[in-house]
Write a new protein. Structure first.
Length: 88
């Protein structure tokens, strides 16, 4: 059963990109990137690629929202939210 941790040990500013995933924390090339959850600092839409391979747009995300979705990429196209932080 999957669960969401309530605390994180790492955080990084997200630079939305249509071609690049959020870097994995693992230094092992064999370990798959399981994604991260997001904190949204500025209201707007967020288009993401989930760890399950889904391309989905979340509309009207409010400032201060934590998104409990395992995310691999935040697309620049379709994303208007700002101050996005990746959390692991």
């Amino acid at each position: 059963m999957a669960y969401q941790k309530l605390q994180v040990s790492n955080a990084s500013v997200v630079v939305p990109s249509d071609t690049l995933d959020i870097p994995s924390l693992s230094t092992s090339p064999e370990q798959r990137n399981n994604g991260c959850v997001l904190y949204v600092g500025g209201t707007g839409d967020i288009r993401v690629l989930t760890a399950g391979g889904n391309d989905v747009k979340f509309a009207s995300i409010a400032t201060g929202t934590f998104m409990p979705v395992q995310v691999l990429r935040v697309y620049s196209t379709g994303t208007t939210a700002t101050n996005i932080v990746a959390l692991w």
